[in-house]
Each structure stands twice: as C-alpha cells, then as structure tokens.
Ligand binder design. Structure first.
Ligand code: PGA
Length: 260
C-alpha cells in the first residue's frame, strides 16, 4: 500500500465573488498560507467563470502556488452550445482541476451520470484533471442505499474511461444532506464511504491505481472539523464550499495538520 497521497484541499466558491472580490480573497489567502502549507498540501480554487482569467493573472504574476479550478464545463470543444464553456477554453487559462457532477449541478441543472462521463473524458483529453463528485441524499442514506448509489455513480461516470488516463484522479464524496447545511458526516461515516469509493475504483481498475486515487470529503467542512476528517486513512483532502469564501477559515482548514 502506498500511503503517500498528497492531500488536495479545494475551495468551491459556487456563484459567489466578482472578479474584484476574487483578487482580494486570493491575496488574503496567499498571505494566510505558509510555504510549509503548500509543501504539504495541494490547494485548488474553483472560481466562477468570470473570475478565471483574473485569478489566473494574480496567481501567475504573484507566483502563488495554488491550482486554478473551474466548477463546470461542457464536453464539446466548441460549437452551438449557448452559454457553455469548453474544456479547451479552460485549459488555455491554465485551469488544472474541474469539478464534475457536483450535486447542485445534478439537482438544479439536470446533469446526469452520462453527461459526467462525457465531461470526464473531455477534461482529461484537454489535459486537466476532473474532480468527480458523488454522494447520496438523506432519504437514500436512511434507506440503507448510500453505498449502492455511490457505487453506481462511480461506475456510470467512469464508463469507458481508460486506466492509463486516470493517474492523479480525484473523487469527492459529498453526502448531499451535508452540503451547506452545517451537518457533517461523522469522521467514521466519511471514512467508511471514502474507503468504499476506493474499493469500487480498485474493482473497476486495479489496486495500484486505487492507492493513488485521492478521495476528498465535502459537506460543511470547517476549521473545527477539518483535522478529524482529514486525518482519516482514506480521506485525502476536502472540497470546501462556504468556508472557502473566508480566507482565515479556509487557511485554517488547509492547516489542519497543526490542529492534530
Ligand atoms: P459546503 O459545500 O462546504 O458549503 O457544505 C461543499 C460543496 O458543495 O462542495
């Protein structure tokens, strides 16, 4: 077993912050995070499309070692898709990671596993890394179906995706009932499901690839619960919504090691 997975802590800004506010937050965060932090943890910022170019410029001009991320993209490279943004457009702006299948996209914008599958292939083809989001609703958890749902999401979203393209792949386990609600899965429940995600991935591919898979937990991660969640053996990072909009809070999550 290789237990050398580098944690990835991702801030999902959702539909918040214009490009001026984005500059301020990135700069505040860069002051709050130390060299030791970025040596220990990868950090990605998933900003709204209108902030991507601006944040790219700030990161590159000030040599801030955060990865640029997006929250969504289309699966075609170009064409008549009014309102959409293509993977190649994002890649051109040095976007490194793109969220796929976030529950808000699934629930509010009809994104299904088939679309996620096409997006994953397109993002990889554009030489970026997808972060595939999976997770169950409260009803599904109460009905004892959480593992089945997560398994079927992973299997469907990775249909036909070749092992050799999955180096450095990231799956974010986000129980839908924990997103933006202040409710967090217990560290034990989160660990169990993240271990399940790794087992499903190992079965689809192989143990070596599954050992290198980074599994994030997401859903009301905050400074107070980050250390407990992030020190679980199968949790390799966090996908953080609300708390990533506050530089001090997000920096504390990134510095979870110091709270141990
Ligand atoms: P939250 O959002 O941290 O505000 O619960 C997490 C997410 O939606 O990725």
């Amino acid at each position: 077993m290789t237990e050398q997975r580098r944690p990835l802590i991702s801030g999902n800004w959702k539909m918040n912050l214009n490009h001026f506010e984005a500059i301020k937050l990135v700069q505040e965060l860069s002051y709050a995070v130390s060299r030791d932090d970025v040596d220990a943890v990868d950090i990605s910022l998933h900003v709204p499309f209108t902030d991507v170019r601006t944040v790219q410029t700030v990161l590159e001009a000030d040599k801030i070692p955060f990865f640029l991320g997006a929250q969504h993209c289309h699966f075609e490279a170009s064409g008549a898709f009014t309102g959409e943004i293509s993977p190649t457009m994002l890649a051109k702006l040095n976007v490194a990671y793109v969220l796929v299948g976030h529950s808000e996209r699934r629930q509010l914008f009809g994104e299904d596993d088939e679309m996620c599958n096409a997006k994953i292939k397109a993002i990889i083809a554009a030489e970026m890394k997808p972060i595939l989001c999976v997770g169950e609703t409260l009803e599904e958890r109460d009905a004892g179906e959480a593992e089945t749902i997560v398994t079927s999401q992973i299997e469907a979203c990775l249909q036909g995706v070749k092992a050799e393209t999955l180096e450095g792949f990231v799956i974010a386990y986000e129980p839908i009932w924990a997103i933006g609600t202040g409710k967090t899965a217990t560290a034990a429940d989160a660990q169990d499901m993240c271990a399940h995600v790794r087992r499903v991935f190992a079965k689809l591919y192989n143990t070596e690839l599954a050992d290198s898979l980074r599994v994030q937990y997401g859903g009301s991660v905050k400074p107070a619960n980050a250390a407990e969640l992030l020190t679980q053996p199968d949790i390799d990072g966090a996908l953080v919504g609300g708390a990533s909009l506050d530089a001090a809070h997000f920096a504390k999550i990134i510095q979870y090691r110091l709270a141990e």
